[in-house]
Design a protein around this ligand. Sequence first.
Ligand code: SAH
Ligand code: SF4
Ligand code: F3S
Length: 447
Amino acid sequence: MKIYIKTYGCQMNERDSESASALLARSGHTIVHSEEEADAVILNTCSVRDQAEQKAIGKLGIMKRLLAEKPGMIFGIMGCMAQSRGEELLEKIPHLDFAVGTDNIHALPEIIGELAKERTKIRRDARFGADTPGIDAHRMEDAAKPYSAFISISRGCNRFCSYCIVPYVRGRERCRSMESIVEEAKGLAEKGVVEIMLLGQNVAAYGMGDVLPPIPENVSPFADLLERVSEIPGIRRIRFTSPHPAFFNGKLIEAIAKLPKVCKCVHLPMQSGSDRILKMMNRPYTSAQYYEIVEKLREKVPHINFSTDIIVGFPTETKEDFQATHFLMHKVGFDNAYIFKYSPRKGTKSSLLPDDVPQEEKERRNQVLLAELEKTNEEKNAALVGETFELLAEGPSKRNPARWSGRTDTFKTVVFPPPPGLKEGEFLQVKITGATSMTLYGEAVEK
Ligand code: SAH
Ligand code: SF4
Ligand code: F3S
């Protein structure tokens, strides 16, 4: 059967879609890249904001038209919304055939097989352990970037930030064994992967068990994992997302600084710069403690970059609270920031509070922070002109295929004319010749 999987949500969902494709391909199905070519469509859904849910539900509605041409077409959902609202959606949407929860990816081949024989409504939502079947299945031969791979190191989350639905839809935190992660990375390196992104809702808490902050300074199984993955010969770059600031300690800072393969860019979700709001968010750190991590890392690695997640318009957020967020953002000088307008999620603690910041004010605060980000990037990028960086070549640039783009280890995109013979996934030295707030421009130089 020809199957199309469309992914919404975060990198963990992207990774799960890849596992699903690998398992379905292994059982004889063909993965296609559009719904028009497909006999079955699976939406891998996200619940983190209302908008994310509405997008997938809207898409399911629109796709109903495909049934006119292919009456046997199968429609399914997997992922976070399938976990939390699977039953309800199976009932409400007549053409929806199955809903598979976040830990049941391995059930997909069997479900597709059953539906091919007989039409019923199928639901799977049981919880499994960290090494839920299929978690290590990859499909590099079909990947857009066959030199770069994601590895899930844990599933779920124990933090219960008051606004967040993830612990409910993904379950409690379960960490995979270090051995199985290292084996997976070795296998990928043998297939030519040079860059690994380690994924988890709170990677810094990897292997720590159910500890509560403040955590000890000198224990970090995640730092040990970074070291182990660094030892794999073919792997040249290691990235990770996301570490919770309250789980960042001296040992992790040391590992990032001393391990050359660990990329010098850290995604450090700040959420707010107001201590009062952080407390209400159940984020157990202050703005000063947050900034301390930034300072300590910059002290050891002066060129390190930071990116972040910020929520604007959390219940009761005043102009002063927002100013504190703006101030901390300015002080850190992020190279990237994902700014979200607060969206109340049913079942979370903050959803019991009135969503009292008006939509226009959320929008205004969002725009202020986006302008701040652009200004920082303009200044920081301009300062890089004349410097030389090692790039991982990613192939023809989207806007102008005559030029290629690549990434620095600090995750900056550089556009450059490709030297003859350059292949995707290879490294080269590039000197920066120009900059905008979004992009750097450069020319290849000899090492
Ligand atoms: N585990 C990751 C985040 C996963 S969700 C971490 O803690 O870093 C990604 C981002 O979505 C969060 O960092 C937060 O900024 C945002 N987010 C989560 N719930 C939200 C909500 N209810 N409304 C708006 N943004 C939200
Ligand atoms: Fe959500 Fe907080 Fe867990 Fe991140 S750490 S997934 S924001 S509960
Ligand atoms: Fe969305 Fe689930 Fe990721 S809710 S952000 S896809 S963990």
